[in-house]
Design a binder for this molecule. Sequence first.
Ligand SMILES: *Cc1c(COP(=O)(O)O)cnc(C)c1O
Length: 216
Amino acid sequence: MIVRSAIAKAAQHAGRDPATVTLVAITKTFGEAEIVPVIAAGQRAFGENRMQEAQGKWPSLRARYPDLELHFVGPLQSNKARDAVALFDAIHTVDRPKIAGTLAEEMARAGKKLTLFIEVNTGAEPQKAGVLPEAADAFIAECRERYGLSIAGLMCIPPLDEAPAPHFALLQKIARRNGLAALSMGMSADFESAIAFGATHVRIGSAIFGARQPTP
Ligand SMILES: *Cc1c(COP(=O)(O)O)cnc(C)c1O
């Protein structure tokens, strides 16, 4: 896969071991016909941003390919937390106490621990999910202390109309001062820059699967 070699190159350029960067292939809007060849090519981590869409296509794929890893990267409602825990291995969008608390309960109930990322709204965009940068330290502490969650790292989606690098740098800084190892950042257009700032999980859709049809 071309994307894989571009990731390896970006990692080497940044003096990093390419094995420290996980490619999460984002399959939203695509179906089995597009996904299966990518699995056959060796890809194991996949991501979706809508629960209902994921529930439609992934249970059967997971049954057929038990060694896959499924990441949820979209907005999560607390009434979908049980479904999320059942279907996914990782959630990249923990961003408020209600979700943190519900996930803690549902993981305990299911006896399953997911890999959790806290989403930070690095651009402080009003329409975007995520905790504000200045509130991140307190929210990370709350997740750990009040809800007993083990947080793997942070996630961000930089504003579309800005250079992403300062946002990646900010996310890295917040992660470091909170002792968090994982950084979910970088998409098709900017994963090379994200890797230079320490991304451990790049979420790439269109560069693998081609352009998406607009969703209604
Ligand atoms: C769709 C999506 C991606 C992938 O975007 P591309 O530009 O197609 O690589 C990454 N992260 C999230 C949260 C997404 O919703």
